[in-house]
Design a protein around this ligand. Structure first.
Ligand code: NIG
Ligand code: FE
Length: 420
């Protein structure tokens, strides 16, 4: 099937080399005024100035979608989320409002382990239904590709159950899901005081089985005081590498624990959170191929200091933005809100925020060659915004402002009756 999107007031192609953008490369997005996009068989066939695209012989006879002079961009690539869980953590939320910290709540039996208990008790069907419902919210908010972690199972069966839910919802579409195994999210209660035994289970059984079933693309670890040390994390990532899973690391979220330097040394695909990074960590990331993924929704929700986005960009790290959607530290699926926080609280420019949420997000998932920009041959993941200037997206907040979303060439969501 072929379709032609015309009358695009500002077309953000994000076109450029297939490498993560860093430093000044993040500063401009060069919107094309009066652009058009030709889509064929789920991919971009031509994209750019209207006159050139309309002259393409394949444009003739295509179904026309009129963007009404508005902004069209790539769909957001949200490269960090924990969207499979059985219940929100509303009492953790209330406790925090009364002054308890994330760490205190975890120590008192809330936190990650309370989600583990509920996720273990949930059926595969219930987890899948919950994820399916959330996937629709992501699509409506303009996200077309989402990384999805396990990590509320912490035993073989429940980790695989979570990953199978991700596989089921991802293959049903339209939201594309990229699965990550996060069995090393916390030490489960039955292994309390026996972390090394749990690590043996993770490295010797859970990682090889998840990889052998093709249920995960990445392996992740929560490298943090009270969770997993750098030494532990290195074991987990090595077991992942042996099984063919590329590395991601939850690093320097609460304390300076060394995860960022480890991620850079191992050339992990991304290091995520990074609030507590010191200068040497930022320089290590800037000198590596590892994407620095910032998750400012979690800082907002936990009332914690934001990572120093400006320092990362100015020192040459490739910065991505993602939601970290999860029931404990960031119950927000809307990347537009994340862009708003990034600009207002971390002083990223609108252009930098856009780069971070699309092209660099794709690189944080190893998908830079196919996702994150609108260029010939790439997947046709497009969002039409109810906006005439791309800066309106981080400027207005409190609503998604999405008019319609196309995933792999098919309309996945529309707030309006499209004139086809
Ligand atoms: O990325 N830091 C660890 N994991 C999540 C939080 C998970 C939870 O609280 O359930 C995060 O913030
Ligand atoms: Fe996370």
């Amino acid at each position: 099937m072929r379709c032609l999107v015309v009358n695009i007031g500002q077309l953000l192609t994000m076109a450029g080399p297939d490498t993560p953008r860093r430093g000044k490369e993040m500063a401009s997005v060069h919107p094309i005024l009066d652009g058009a996009v030709l889509v064929e068989d789920g991919r971009i066939a031509a994209c750019g100035f209207k006159d050139i695209v309309l002259n393409d012989s394949r444009a003739r006879g295509s179904r026309i979608i009129d963007a009404g002079g508005r902004v069209v961009s790539p769909g957001f690539v949200d490269s960090h989320s924990h969207p499979v869980f059985a219940a929100p953590r509303l009492s953790d939320f209330e406790s925090r409002l009364q002054g308890k910290t994330y760490e205190e709540i975890a120590a008192a039996g809330g936190g990650i382990l309370s989600s583990v208990q509920k996720t273990r008790g949930a059926t595969q069907a219930a987890l899948t239904a919950g994820l399916q419902a959330r996937a629709a919210r992501f699509i409506e908010a303009g996200t077309t590709t989402l990384e999805a972690k396990s990590g509320y199972g912490l035993d073989l069966d429940t980790e695989l159950k979570m990953l199978r839910s991700i596989a089921t919802v991802g293959s049903a579409g339209p939201l594309e899901l990229v699965p990550t195994l996060l069995a090393a999210h916390a030490v489960p209660p039955e292994y309390k005081g026996k972390k090394d035994d749990y690590l043996k289970l993770v490295c010797g059984e859970i990682i090889p089985k998840a990889a052998a079933e093709g249920l995960a693309k990445f392996v992740d670890v929560f490298c943090e005081e009270g969770y997993f040390s750098v030494e532990d994390a290195e074991k987990v990532l090595a077991a992942g590498a042996k099984a063919g899973l590329k590395a991601k690391v939850h690093a320097e979220q609460i304390t300076l624990s060394g995860g960022t330097k480890l991620a850079a040394r191992l050339n992990a695909v991304s290091a995520d959170h990074l609030e507590m990074c010191e200068e040497a960590d930022i320089l290590a990331l800037a000198a590596s191929g590892t994407v620095a993924t910032l998750l400012p929704g979690s800082n907002y929700f936990l009332s914690k200091p934001y990572p120093r986005a400006r320092r990362f960009i100015d020192l040459g790290a490739a910065v991505a933005l993602a939601t970290d959607f999860n029931p404990g530290s960031c119950p927000c699926w809307d990347m537009r809100m994340i862009l708003s926080i990034a600009c207002t609280q971390m002083k990223m420019s609108p252009a930098e925020a856009w780069v971070a949420a699309t092209v660099n997000g794709a690189h944080a998932l190893g998908l830079g060659a196919t996702h994150g920009t609108l260029q010939n041959g790439k997947t046709a993941d497009l969002v039409c915004w109810d906006a005439v200037d791309f800066r309106e997206i981080p400027y207005y907040f409190g609503g998604s402002g999405v008019s319609w979303v196309m995933k792999a060439g098919a309309i996945a969501y529309s707030r309006e009756t499209l004139k086809l």
